[in-house]
Design a protein around this ligand. Structure first.
Ligand code: NZQ
Ligand code: ZN
Length: 402
């Protein structure tokens, strides 16, 4: 097992009606003025926003508002938020929404607390040294931003989608009420489930040695979300399934399923982020569209890991319990069966397994552009199972095209 640091400073309030505790939470943190940050309309339509505003007014907590965060959140609104926070002397940001709203809040927090252009942090030409404190009320189980150290922003100038990682942005608290996710469209629910599973899969597919406990937690998390995603397709207001998925979303991306690994692969995420930046697709659906092509391209670098995934996550039978003693042909067959089973699961919840099914018809020129962006102009590789250069990325995008 590799050395690791596990740091999860986010206070979690989980369950029905937990958003009613918002005023006490904010008072505990001694905030003077808050930015209420939210998305394109769902928090207004559901009445959640007005309930939170009423609670703040009743407790005399001052706030200003900035809505309009789009999925794949944009840098221009981040700049607007930074200017507003400075003008209004905001000292806390309350994000009401999903990954896009929370990531936008984190970016605003970096911008207010630091000097210069916040985009530098996303280009990694400078590292953030602080961030305004953030809290969130989650309305979609997906990105895991409510506990993660990550923020992903899209710059409209060039449609580049880039992430920034630092523990400064980890939220002080996250309110997780599964009932707030009942109003999600089916596509967003299922896309969220894919993202949650993928955050553990990215860590699970690694080249590290034995980690029984972390692997066991990961496999259980993946099986649970697979089961609940299918339940939610039939029964979107099934509280227990919503609750399992919501808790899995936070645990899948707070670092738990990476403890003791080498950090994990993350190539599928990098490949998808370029699709999200260029074509504005839903993140989880984009991951489903590229994952199978990535997996088939790389599985021979670690067939044992893929075989374990097939057996322990998809319950595919092997001829021996100790997979490391299996002949190479059986390991390969198991690995491929596991990849196929994952794609069948994606299909069963109406998620795409190709970029065409995602609604994007890629040209050869666009494949070259995606790979060029993903390789940062051929200056980096992505992935741990296999280090992928620009040519590898092009092969995977081509395989995923249709
Ligand atoms: O804008 P509104 O009207 O709120 O609509 C949103 C949006 O259209 C809607 N929605 C959210 N809650 C709802 C609801 N509709 C009805 N009822 C509700 N209760 O859902 C749509 C998607 O919302 P979004 O926040 O974009 O979803 P998600 O949480 O999947 O976030 C995706 C973003 O997070 C990034 C992705 O790249 C993408 O930009 N990620 C962030 C990560 C992180 N910070 O740790 C990690 C992830 O890997 C990911 O990259
Ligand atoms: Zn993700």
């Amino acid at each position: 097992m590799n050395n690791f640091t596990y740091y999860t400073p986010t206070r979690i309030l989980f369950g029905k009606d937990t958003e009613l505790q918002i005023s006490e939470l904010l008072k505990d943190l001694h905030c003077r003025k808050i930015l209420l940050h939210y998305g394109g309309g769902s928090a207004k339509r559901s009445g959640l926003l007005s309930r939170i505003e009423a609670a703040l007014q009743a407790s005399g907590i001052e706030y200003v508002s900035l809505g309009g965060v789009k999925p794949n959140p944009r840098l221009s609104l981040v700049y607007e938020g930074i200017a507003l926070c400075r003008k209004e002397h905001v000292d806390f940001i309350l994000a009401i929404g999903g990954g896009s709203v929370i990531d936008s809040a984190k970016a605003i927090g970096y911008g207010v607390a630091g000097d210069g252009d916040v985009w530098d942090f996303y280009l990694k030409t400078r590292a953030p040294e602080s961030c305004l404190p953030i809290g969130c009320i989650l309305t979609i189980a997906a990105a895991g931003s409510e506990m993660s150290d990550s923020s992903v922003i899209t710059n409209e100038d060039g449609w580049l989608k880039r992430g920034c990682h630092s523990s400064f942005c980890r939220p002080k608290f996250a309110v997780l009420n599964p009932e707030l996710t009942y109003t999600l469209p089916q596509y967003q629910t299922e896309s969220g489930c894919v993202d949650i599973i993928m955050h553990t899969m990215e860590r699970y597919f690694n080249q590290a040695e034995n980690m029984e406990l972390t692997d066991g937690i990961s496999e259980n998390l993946m099986r649970t979300v697979i089961k609940c995603a299918k339940i939610l397709k039939q029964d979107p207001t099934n509280y227990n399934a919503r609750a399992e998925v919501m808790w899995a979303g936070s645990l899948s991306h707070n670092g738990l399923t990476g403890c003791g690994t080498d950090g994990g692969d993350w190539a599928s995420h990098q490949l998808e982020h370029e699709l999200g930046g260029m074509f504005d697709v839903a993140h989880g659906a984009g991951l489903a569209a590229v994952w199978g092509s990535w997996a088939r391209y790389v599985y021979k670098e670690n067939p044992l890991r893929f075989a374990r995934f097939a057996v322990n996550v998809h319950q595919i039978e092997a001829s021996r319990q100790d997979l490391s003693t299996l002949p190479a042909e059986e390991l390969d067959a198991l690995a491929l069966a596991g990849i196929k089973a994952m794609e069948q699961f994606y299909r069963s919840i109406d998620m795409p397994v190709s970029i065409r099914e995602l609604g994007v018809e890629l040209t050869d020129e666009q494949i070259e552009e995606l790979a060029d962006k993903c390789s940062f102009g051929q200056t980096r590789t992505v992935g741990i199972i296999k280090k992928l250069n620009k040519a590898d990325m092009m092969e995977i995008y081509k395989a995923a095209r249709s």
